[in-house]
Ligand binder design. Sequence first.
Ligand code: MSP
Length: 661
Amino acid sequence: MKETLKDLGRQVMTAAKISKNMKSYYVTTPIYYVNSDPHIGTAYTTILADTAARYQRLLGRDAYFLTGTDEHGDKIAKAAAAKGLTPQQFVDDISGRFRTLWPQLYVMPDRFIRTTDPDHRAVVQSILQKLHDQGDTYFGEYEGLYCTGCERFRTEKELVDGKCPDHGTVPEIVKESNYFFRMSKYQEWWRDYIEKNPNVVRPERYRNEVLGYLRDPLEDLCISRPKERLSWGIELPFDKNYVTYVWFDALLNYLSGIGYGDNDDWQERWANCEHLIGKDIVKPHGIYWPIMLHAAGLPVFKHLTVHGYWNFRDAKISKSSGKPIAVEPLISVFGVDAVRYFVLREMVVGLDASFSVEAMQKRINSDLANDLGNLFSRVAKLIGDHFEGTIPVANHGEPELERMLGELRGNVRMWADEMKWHVLIEETMQFIRATNRYFESSAPWGLVKTNRDEAATVLRNCVEALRATAILLYPIMPGKMTDLLTRIGEPIQNFKLEQTAWGHVRTRAKMKKGDALFPRLEETEVRTALADYIDGGKSNVTEQAAPIARAATDGMISIEDFKKIELRTAKVVEAERIAGSDKLLKLQIEIGDEKRQIVAGIALYYTPEQMIGRQVVVVANLKPAKLRGEVSEGMLLAVKWDDKLEILSTPEHAPSGAPIS
Ligand code: MSP
């Protein structure tokens, strides 16, 4: 095995050999199907894993981060055929799009695995052979309901109204002779294991989901597909007429990605494996995978951490439902650091979250532009104006800020291990807000005139807080936090948590104010650039408030929609009937200085004489239309009930042309 894999020209692992005193950390994302482009949903798990790896490095661990693409199976074969491409051409293209997107999000995997990689194929075949040799597989016939979207058989119980709950499609009935893996044999072992290690699947609701699957007898897993139906897969080592079932193939990426069987490091990495997945794929990861591992004689992962969905307009963001929100436009409007910040701050791992451009803009302006960015520019400006841009010496520290920082530093490991990024971010921002209050109440801009030493102390203390914050938030915003650290004269290096302690600022380092670190985003700019993703304010609701807010806003328009309608007062100066119509009056009106003609359906209620001289309300920005050959450049507002109609009037002293808001 060792030799074969080496000969296969596999990608070389980039991580250095694990040093004895550095604990290993291994984090994975699902490998993404290449039947659609990446979107904010797939980007989320990947940002999460990248952030986890970066925090663990900050905490001194040797982190290895694996992501990649899942390239075999029915779904891909069908998508390739639909485009008139061979599966290989098709997967090369889309897999490439994932690979080029990740660096744009500062996502830096140690390896990007593809299930078409030769070393992966070798691992899959070797594990299959092992299970086959030890009698854990058998050949048999099966008939079941197959969902191509999920690439798995679904039980009747899992369907909703006969349809797959994730894809909304009716599964196909598939009847075939195939190889099966004796999953049922290990069901008891896995249930006991979870009971003894309750945290292995987290948060709790997903552990309960897994235990739910284990309540009924497990069906054995069909692990092959006949080549005559599907040839796009990894050939079974013991029967060349079959390829491997795509999930069995895909799950093994977590082993091949660390060089299973091929180097000395994989076992230590494997012993510290953290899987991150979305809630759509709990069953393959929470049932098939641990049982496959156990049967292969391997320990199970350390944790399977499950997050919820990003929803948009009440539907999961995906290719098949809702809108696949692309990441590039968000990066170009908000900037990559802010996009990472937003998704990590907004989603509580385990719960769903609503995506909204409005919420994003609000969050970035308040936390990043105001609280963090502004503090930095104010401090930098004062140091520039009064201390020649050199970070001054402090006479004393600031006990409250030092206490808060101490607490933060003490909790980082726990938050990082438990994937509580929203808490880590919020607590760090509370620290920055406290620093802002300290800056405001100390008023160093006044102190420089009366007590220069004290002004220096206040500014220096603020730089201490900014520096620690920049390191603490570096894993979330690597670009901007590096920029911030550079501006306060810190050489870029691999920071460790110890360096966030109070008192590490380099005295007399040069401070550079530069442009705004996080420029304030103007609403109109954001709205124009991301018009496609604006949801009329409906999406700006929290998960808890969502059901009520949704019911109450159904069919409503947003304030922005309403603002598009221009209502004005106008004066009718001439009025006449339109020949051949008993309903229409032709009115000449004045909206301020502007003269216009309006055709109104009011002839049954008003005579032309009654209209002349009247002040009315008109919709002034309607596109002109023709009625009975007459141009109408607006619409007059009236109240209608039973068989009555009365024109809306305005206060008499209001001038003609005044806007109505
Ligand atoms: N190929 C399988 C996984 C095999 S892993 C051995 C697969 N791929 S997928 O392309 O459909 O990606 C699924 C994953 O993408 C989810 O588990 C989740 O991590 C992420 N997400 C896709 N859409 C998402 C949302 N709308 N919200 C949050 N995460 C989402 O399943």
